[in-house]
Design a protein around this ligand. Structure first.
Ligand SMILES: Cc1ncc(C[n+]2csc(CCOP(=O)(O)OP(=O)(O)O)c2C)c(N)n1
Ligand SMILES: [Mg+2]
Length: 597
């Protein structure tokens, strides 16, 4: 699971140092090259050492942005993303980004200097209890309870982040950076994950060998384990169609004949219809999150009668959401290789009907593509009404153009919103570590800072964020970071003048009684971008979308960040949470007029 890397040698052997030196040398030992955050006196003694330690401090606009950048950085690099801030308010500003990293399984190390140990509990300046706040959104919390343990506990926070694939917290009373200690900087611990238990692998291989219509769900574990080639080998052996798990569109190459597209909200009908036919499902590196397998497009596609083999690195995820026949606690790649070894040379039931299944796969994929081609705009009454006299672009046409113009090797992050969600059908990738969505925490404001962090990890790849105009209002401050720190990216901002995803609920459930969903009197986001030192382009015609995207991606090579403000209609695709909303019931006379009739 953990990527083998050549780590630099820290200072060798037990020796006298300050806790700040021990802390920084431990970062060096873990290969840390970039730290995202906002400067603060609480850790200034350590910060002072960063330049000589070869660590770049990337100064951000808001700590939440810094946390998301650490997330994006870790998702591209497969290494730790690191963020740090001032005790108290700087740390509470991290909360949303750490929660998002938790659900994205990102090895973010969130370093939280704390109020001084001698005044803790007295209600001094910038004091809050920093451990309980993060207790449910981290995999491990290290509290430096004695300055002599600085290197040991720092190292453990880094080890655990990769071991458990999630954020960890390193809490350091600010006075513990000072003084003299004697210690040794530990070497990082890299634990290799295995292929799973022999018996479960045998059972899984038997099920797959007897499957008439095996289907693979390719999850994020394939990306995190850098093991796409093994997933491809297994899929080809079984000639099994492959669906990407929700918001993990980069787990399987879209050009591969067995690729069927993503499951979940605004996903691929081809993937859903093929999964519905499965008699055996192999869920490879996925926790099968509940939101990602909800019915979509009116299709309740989960094959309830099928046998399910689930592979996940976290044993607690096995059988948690969907009933399973076999659970394998393993690295996705190692398990895939072990299954290939067991199945090679065996008689596979799926070989007999391979030609027929190949035809079915092609038919479903072709049908979905032609449906998408014809689906140029939303067709519900409200969408037709608001777009009838509009000269703005239909979101779907704009998204299709972006798909066509997407530069080679692009990384795309997506936010939470109606148009970002619709984009799920149009985001296809041929290499892993390319898509960074807000995943199941679903916070608006995720995409832009995340792509900034991704760009730091992969400066040569085009970096593009898809963001709704509401979410952009939350996150555009990080344009300052792009300009100041010379991190060139492209933000595609969908200007529909509304918090569209929530407005859709008003339309579907509340008879268009709009409360707080219109984003009136917005500035020109293209003009704001220019005022902040970036490029700003207003795009009004579908024919301009492709050239604008290509030019913005090219500008990244010249170090320039661009905001493409896409002027789109107010039409809206299917809602997020049809599953969780109900038509209004009212008992009090005062509110009767709002009851569903
Ligand atoms: C931090 C946060 N606040 C509120 C929400 C609830 N929410 C979900 S989608 C959405 C609307 C997004 O609007 P916009 O970014 O303009 O995209 P659009 O839906 O218009 O495409 C809101 C407010 C959220 N997911 N995250
Ligand atoms: Mg909007």
């Amino acid at each position: 699971m953990n990527k083998p890397v050549d780590l630099p040698m820290p200072v060798i052997g037990r020796q006298k140092m300050t806790p700040s030196e021990a802390f920084v040398e431990t970062l060096v030992a873990h290969g840390v090259k970039n730290v995202f955050g906002i400067v603060g006196s609480a850790y200034m003694d350590a910060l002072d050492l960063f330049p000589l330690a070869g660590i770049r401090f990337i100064s951000v606009a808001h700590e939440q942005g810094g946390g998301h950048m650490a997330d994006g950085y870790s998702r591209v690099s497969g290494r730790h993303g690191v963020c740090i801030a001032q005790n108290g308010p700087g740390i509470t500003n991290f909360v949303t980004s750490v929660a998002a990293a938790y659900w994205a399984h990102s090895p973010v190390v969130c370093i939280t200097p704390e109020t001084g140990s001698m005044t803790l509990g007295l209600g001094g300046f910038q004091e809050t209890e920093q451990l309980p706040i993060f207790s449910k959104i981290t995999k491990y919390q290290a509290h430096v309870n004695n300055k002599a343990r600085m290197a040991e506990l720092t190292s453990r926070a880094f080890d655990r982040a990769l071991l458990e694939m999630g954020p960890t917290q390193l809490n350091i009373p600010r006075d513990f950076f000072y003084g003299d200690i004697e210690c040794e900087v530990p070497r990082p611990i890299a634990i290799e994950r295995g292929a799973g238990g022999e018996r479960s692998l045998d059972e899984a291989a038997d099920l797959l060998a007897s499957a008439q219509f095996p289907v693979i769900i390719a999850g994020g574990g394939i990306v995190m384990g850098d093991t796409q080639a093994d997933a491809i080998a297994l899929a080809e052996l079984l000639h099994a169609p492959v669906a990407c798990s929700y918001l993990h569109n980069d787990t399987f190459p879209s050009k591969h004949p067995l690729w069927c597209g993503p499951l979940g909200y605004q996903g691929s009908k081809a993937a859903m219809k093929l999964l519905a036919k499965a008699d055996v499902v192999l869920a490879l590196g996925t926790r099968l999150g509940p939101f990602g397998t909800l019915p979509q497009h009116g299709l309740d596609y989960w094959p309830k009668q099928a046998k399910v083999v689930q592979v996940d690195a976290d044993p607690k995820m096995l059988g948690l959401v969907k009933p399973i026949s076999v659970g394998i606690c393993a690295d996705a790649g190692a398990a895939a290789r072990a299954l290939v070894a067991r199945l090679s040379g065996k008689t596979l039931a799926s070989q007999a009907n391979r030609a027929a299944r190949a035809a079915t796969i092609n038919d479903e994929k072709r049908a979905w593509e032609s449906e998408l081609d014809g689906w140029t705009h939303e067709k519900d009454a409200w969408s037709l009404d608001v777009s009838r006299d509009s000269s703005a672009m239909h979101p779907r046409q704009m998204l299709r153009e972006m798909e066509r113009a997407m530069p080679e090797g692009a990384m795309v992050s997506t936010d939470i919103g109606n148009i970002c969600s619709v984009s799920n059908s149009y985001l296809r990738f041929d290499r892993p570590r390319s898509m960074f969505a807000a995943m199941s925490f679903g916070n608006c404001g995720y995409a832009f800072p995340t792509i900034v962090g991704a760009k730091v990890a992969a400066p040569d790849r085009p970096a593009i964020a898809y963001v709704g105009d509401g979410a952009w209002g939350m996150s555009f401050g990080e344009l300052q970071t792009c300009v100041r720190e010379e991190i060139p990216v492209t933000a595609v901002v969908f200007n529909n003048g509304q918090w569209g995803a929530e407005k859709k609920n008003h339309v579907d459930f509340y008879k268009n009684r709009f409360v707080g969903v219109n984003l009136d009197k917005q500035p020109s986001w293209a003009a704001v971008a220019k005022a902040m030192g970036a490029e700003g382009v207003r795009v009004e015609k579908v024919s301009d979308v492709g050239p604008a995207l290509r030019a913005a991606a090219a500008a990244q090579r010249d170090g320039r960040t661009t905001v493409l403000e896409m002027m789109v209609t107010r039409e809206l695709g299917d809602p997020f949470r049809r599953d969780a909303l109900a038509l209004p019931t009212r008992h009090l006379a005062k509110y009767k007029s709002t009851a569903a009739s």
